[in-house]
Design a binder for this molecule. Structure first.
Ligand code: COA
Ligand code: AMP
Length: 676
């Protein structure tokens, strides 16, 4: 494989560093590391591997690409002149579905379980071997092709956690169609926005999802979304689940199972289509700083290379082993680590339709691990906070044999040291926090247990992964010294699998990520690096909040609040929550002359957010106030409001216009039982 001439070398030129930013009391790194948390210090190959990548990134990724089957090998590992910051594996021709399914069947894994569907909410379990998976995927691919779906066409999936969701994604990949999965917890309006942006030819859906003990009909939401949307799909395939039957609209809606049975009977299948490594595999919408979500684009080649590399080197998992990511296919964690990475690696993946608690109890995770012999588990810290709250002494653990489990990985939000230490204590295993984003699809920082575990420092997701040159900078883009808090940026180019652009919004991509810190990717996270290069991710620099590991925009919520006819102005902040990490809290100032009861308006606003964004927003607190605290230039003091709500120390901002407005926020929060 040839390397493009000198693309990466100059990208790592050291920049002049100037000190600035705020000091950080690095209490976490000062904590005594007990032996359970010590890694294979001295034996980890991490530093050697990271240095190897730094020295020759093209050789590093070129070698990683050897683990993928290509129809045509890339002409260049990296082309610095393509795309916004260069493109990976240019000239390569491949198929992601082939690498995730077909090649394992061809290499003797046909009878190995590929997917174990475990659904305590419906009382169903189903195992699909790699042979079964191939059969299902190539059949659905043929059905999609019958509906005119081909290379480059978009297919939206609005599906619960059932095998057909994963089969649908792989079927799209097989024929070169671009899938876009929309999480089931989003409301019709949000789905409509995504339909209008992606313009799908076909939508795959199911009659319902099952949330705990509630059946949530999906089809009425889809019907409403299609009504709202200006772009109409030509067909919808509906998986009828026994828990609810959906009404089908003649001409547009088709019964999934009938189509499947007919195709199976006639033996119609679609084989893999050759796509360019740089062709999009999927679009995944994620919250931006406005109500309009960002369509993160993922390519085929770079995505496969990076994800395959992580399975052994980061997660320490071998082909044939059972890997479980307890997330949802609607999120990036689900895309990467329920679907693609484990299958690319020839593992068995678990598709769990349930919750950490209540389905039926706080021992649900232990049951799944023991029953399916998972060697690694990956979830969001919030799931462990839920288990800890319900079963603080982990008494339910005693019923299960977890001897196969080697590590627990956490991501999606900051892993608070209390939860990490609790999980470590009850499991007696390494608990690995790792930091990443929808934009990257894999960890920017982590503790690569496959290379030999590094000592864990509670509160830190450990160190930058090969591929990522992570810097902490001040507002002027000057690098900050150790333990100084600043903006976290990644020196360009980003490694394989990171987004090359936003769907049909190249300018928004550049504006959002590449413009503010020239030569760097802006993560929009703030934090610091300690003297050992350990990273600490402390929060977002934009309006994004993380609610139960779900990424949400407070700006998007403010747009909804502002659309209420009685609201003059509003502010939404994320406030601390013991279970979900953060929850949104909205303040509204009513238009003059409104004579409705504030509590009625508050209830209407809560309902409005649920209807327009969805239950996933977990927006349950709306508070009417007479005015919002602002600076003299009119900027709402959201940061100070948050400190008050979180009971954190705060000082009166010097630029405040009317100090009594903050007292009013404090009083209103107290009225709602929220401020101390
Ligand atoms: N379809 C429809 N509704 C959904 C949904 C889906 N796929 N997923 C969530 N919702 C609904 C929930 O039912 C809930 O509705 P409610 O307000 O009527 O109760 C709302 O959206 C908020 O959901 P969630 O934030 O998940 O809260 P929860 O109380 O149902 O569960 C946890 C809390 C912590 C148990 C759960 O969030 C969890 O298991 N999280 C960890 C794993 C994870 O999903 N991580 C994501 C990224 S890795
Ligand atoms: P998402 O795109 O939904 O994966 O959310 C990405 C954001 O979640 C990041 O920008 C961080 O703010 C936060 N996040 C994810 N993982 C971690 C982590 N391990 N520690 C701290 N924050 C995290």
């Amino acid at each position: 494989m040839a390397a493009a001439s000198g693309p990466l070398a100059h990208a790592r030129d050291p920049r002049a560093c100037r000190s600035g930013g705020s000091d950080v009391t690095n209490s976490a790194s000062a904590l005594h590391l007990d032996s359970a948390r010590q890694g294979a210090a001295g034996t980890s190959r991490y530093h050697e591997v990271y240095a190897g990548w730094q020295k020759d990134p093209l050789a590093f990724w070129g070698e990683a690409a050897e683990a993928i089957d290509w129809y045509e090998k890339p002409k260049a590992v990296f082309d610095p002149d393509a795309g916004a910051y260069g493109r990976w594996f240019v000239g390569g021709v491949c198929n992601t579905c082939y690498n995730a399914v077909d090649r394992h069947v061809l290499s003797g894994r046909a009878t190995q379980p590929a997917v174990i569907y475990d659904s305590p909410v419906t009382g169903t379990k189903r195992t699909l071997t790699y042979g079964d998976l191939l059969q299902e995927v190539r059949t659905l691919a043929a059905i999609l092709r019958d509906f005119g779906v081909g290379k480059g066409d978009r297919v939206i999936l609005y599906m619960p956690m059932v095998p057909e969701a994963l089969i649908g994604m792989l079927a799209c990949a097989r024929i070169g169609a671009i899938h876009s999965v929309v999480f089931g917890g989003f409301a019709a309006k949000e789905l409509a926005t995504r339909i209008d942006d992606a313009k799908p030819k076909v939508i795959l859906t199911a009659s319902c999802g099952v949330e705990g003990n509630r059946v949530i009909a999906y089809k009425p939401l889809l019907d409403a979304a299609i009504t709202f949307a200006s772009e109409k799909p030509s067909a919808c395939l509906v998986l009828q689940r026994p828990q609810a039957q959906a009404e089908l609209i003649p001409g547009r809606d088709h019964d999934w199972e009938t189509l499947r049975a007919t195709a199976l009977k006639s033996g119609r299948v679609a084989e893999c289509v050759q796509v360019a490594a740089t062709d999009p595999l999927y679009i995944l919408y994620t919250s931006g700083t406005t109500g309009k979500p960002k369509g993160v684009v993922r390519d085929n080649g770079g995505h496969m290379v990076a994800l395959k590399w992580t399975m052994k080197n980061l997660y320490g998992v071998d082909p044939g082993e059972v890997y479980w990511a307890a997330s949802d296919v609607g999120w990036v964690v689900g895309h990467s680590y329920i679907v693609y990475a484990p299958l690319l690696h020839g593992c068995t993946t678990i598709l769990y339709e349930g919750k950490p608690i209540g389905t039926p109890d706080a021992g649900a995770f232990w049951r799944v691990i023991a029953e399916h012999k998972c060697v690694t588990m990956f979830t969001a810290p919030t799931a462990f906070r839920a288990i800890k709250k319900e079963d603080p002494d982990a008494k339910l653990l005693a019923q299960y044999d977890l001897s196969m489990l080697r590590a627990l990985f956490l991501a999606g939000e900051r892993a608070d040291p209390d939860t990490v230490m609790w999980a470590e204590r009850i499991l007696g295993l390494p608990v690995i926090d790792h930091w990443w984003q929808t934009e990257t699809a894999w960890a920017i920082a982590g503790n690569p247990i496959g290379l030999g575990r590094l000592p864990v420092k509670p509160g830190s997701p450990t160190v930058a992964m090969p591929g990522y040159d992570v810097r902490i900078v001040d507002e002027g883009c000057h690098e900050l010294p150790a333990n100084k808090m600043g903006s976290i940026v990644v020196k360009l180019p980003l490694p394989p699998s990171c987004l090359p652009t936003l769907w049909q919004q190249d300018d928004r991509f550049k504006e959002s990520y590449l413009t503010e810190y020239p030569g760097y990717y802006k993560t929009a996270d703030a934090g610091f690096k300690d003297e050992d290069g350990y990273l600490y991710i402390m929060g977002r620099t934009d309006d994004i909040i993380n609610v139960a590991g779900h990424r949400l925009s407070t700006g998007g919520m403010e747009e909804v609040l502002a659309s209420h006819p009685n609201v003059a102005e509003c502010a939404v902040i994320g406030i601390k929550d013991e279970l979900k990490g953060e929850v949104p809290c909205g303040f509204v100032v009513l238009k003059s002359g409104v004579d409705k009861k504030p509590s009625d308006i508050e209830a209407e606003i809560v309902k409005l957010v649920r209807d327009k964004i969805g239950p996933v927003a977990a927006f349950k607190i709306a508070i009417c106030v007479n005015r919002l605290p602002k600076t003299r230039s009119g900027k709402i003091l959201r940061g100070t409001m948050k400190k008050i709500a979180d009971h954190d120390p705060w000082t009166m901002p010097a630029t405040i216009d009317d100090p009594s407005a903050l007292d009013e926020i404090d009083a209103a929060l107290k009225d709602h039982g929220l401020a101390g």
